[in-house]
Design a protein around this ligand. Structure first.
Ligand code: ZN
Length: 94
């Protein structure tokens, strides 16, 4: 038996990968459609958005991420997903 007390403890285990790495997966899941207005966009025009803003306790987990087009992203800002959807409905975008 070896004593492993000298092995430094990794503190990054269980840490989530950078959220931007999910871009392509999300693009596949959403089939290229913006999660807000539902229009189709090329991947380069979609940005990864946190459904629950990180400032409000949201995580980088893929379940908390969605792709939005530039217009929707700026419309959402840091408001909640529900408020964002209400805004889209009001503007006839969904
Ligand atoms: Zn959009």
């Amino acid at each position: 038996m070896h004593h492993r007390t000298q092995t430094p403890r990794r503190t990054d285990v269980g840490k989530l990968p950078p959220y931007k790495t999910h871009r392509h997966t999300l693009y596949g899941q959403q089939e290229g459609h913006c999660a807000g207005c539902k229009h189709h966009f090329p991947l380069r025009n979609l940005t990864v958005d946190h459904i629950v803003a990180k400032s409000k306790g949201g995580t980088d987990h893929i379940d908390n991420l969605q792709l939005l087009c530039g217009a929707c992203n700026s419309m959402k800002g840091t408001i909640s997903q529900a408020a964002f959807h209400a805004k889209l409905t009001k503007q006839g975008l969904r």
